[in-house]
Design a protein around this ligand. Sequence first.
Ligand code: SF4
Length: 434
Amino acid sequence: MTPTALSVDSEIQLITAGAPGATGSTCTPELAEGPWQFDLKPPSYGPGASMADPIPADAPRQGELPEEYKTASKAELDARIRAAKATLGDRVVVLGHFYQRDEVVQYADFVGDSFQLANAALTVPEAEAIVFCGVHFMAETADILARPQQAVILPNLAAGCSMADMADIDSVEEAWAELSAIYGTEPDASGRVPVIPVTYMNSSAALKGFCGQNGGIVCTSSNAATVLEWAFERGQRVLFFPDQHLGRNTAKAMGVPLERMPMWNPRKALGGNSEESLLDAQVILWHGFCSVHKRFTVAQIEKARASHPGVQVIVHPECPMPVVDAADAAGSTDFIVKAIAAAPAGSTFAIGTEINLVQRLANEYPQHTIFCLDDVICPCSTMYRIHPGYLAWVLESLVGVDGGPSVVQNRIVVDEAVAAPARVALERMLSARP
Ligand code: SF4
């Protein structure tokens, strides 16, 4: 089936073509507006999958983008971005997350998932500036791993992550204190401590630092099982945050019974659990989720199978457990990309992850039929906040306007008191690799 032509935004297209069977509808008409409209409104994640999630009061705000970047045509922005990049040369590297729109990804020197991109930044030590077209926690991770003299820039400070914001350092420290009161701090006869904190890469630097300071570790969606094995060798149980679904799906596949995975709701005493259930717990799951991946359902999988016999359904492990269980395979964005690349021509895939990646894969692999499980276009709200206008602004500021000095806009700096233990947790993850 030929992809249906769709255009969400006539000037800067958010989605360049629709998936087969797509209705063409979007989850909100606000997606057609320039993201700067939302910088000036009361704080929100913006339009898209996270628009109904409560945003923390202290979430970073983006100042007003200069008018010329809001009104420039697509062609003008393209010329200005390319000219600024050419002038800056090796002084700057642009990173683009898989979930960014193509109109941004086209300028990226590296494209990948959050950890691939943080590592990519390490390969360009000569770059003075790393422009991270992604979300806030990714820029923080890049700053933690980058050289001190390198400036990590997030083109729009409002590009956060609603899932990462669901676990804040104060709530996690409170949970840790409550759990310590129940478990104590003494190791068992095998030398395993009562509980190991494990944070998903999609978390603030403060939480990575917390893990580093408390014998814990970071995981990605690619290595979550390896990291949990590492943790179970050293601890009797795991406190996993912020994504309940990645934690549950991974631990379940490793044989942990569901009844030994209580959920921790930070708004309730003992996370909403009894002391008894916490004593029996093997994995305590933080009450966090990704609103992009929460949209996928078993009914969508059934519909895809009915309309495309032989379809392979691959979903991201941030999807709810019934969806992962019903799919043919589940894995990280890198897993999805590689599975499609390795498939014989003529394969059909229904994919459960962010629409910009799915649509890019559909365009890159015309020999396959590739479509998003969700036929309503609802991208990640915060990835959406990065637009070529912001990229042009940060790059031209680095060049210096009208012969003026180079200006670093939107630098993300992680205090060394947080970065040092966060680095420990990240290094533990690297050393835990099989
Ligand atoms: S897709 Fe989900 S986890 Fe990823 S940045 Fe968006 S809200 Fe966060």
